[in-house]
Design a protein around this ligand. Sequence first.
Ligand code: ZN
Length: 133
Amino acid sequence: MKALKVDHIGIAVNDLEASTKFYTDALGLEAMGTEVVEEQKVRVAFLPCGDAEVELLESTAPDGPIAKYIEKKGEGIQHLAFRVENIEQAIADMQAKGYKMIDEKPRYGAGGAKIAFVHPKSTNGVLVELSER
Ligand code: ZN
């Protein structure tokens, strides 16, 4: 398995609209609309920049993973996503090499992607997302 590129950087925010302003107003990026991913209790906005995207994540519930993340660490960079060609293969390769997956099977991600998270214990503290789309 070889990651194809940095797909996006996931940033946990309290207020999606307020946070979008910096990226559009100061950096001149364009927000591609928002999407709610019920399963992960998040509302997401993607802002493409060159070959990668900024993904802003706002929690839709107090017990959601993003709400919990902000409670513990405050707003900020939450995960780093790499594009892979075949996510099932990527998961199998990771596991064969002894890396621990949070998701042993792909799940639905914003924008119709198939995603899986690698456990931060296997990545020196970085929450790494694999994304196929
Ligand atoms: Zn992501």
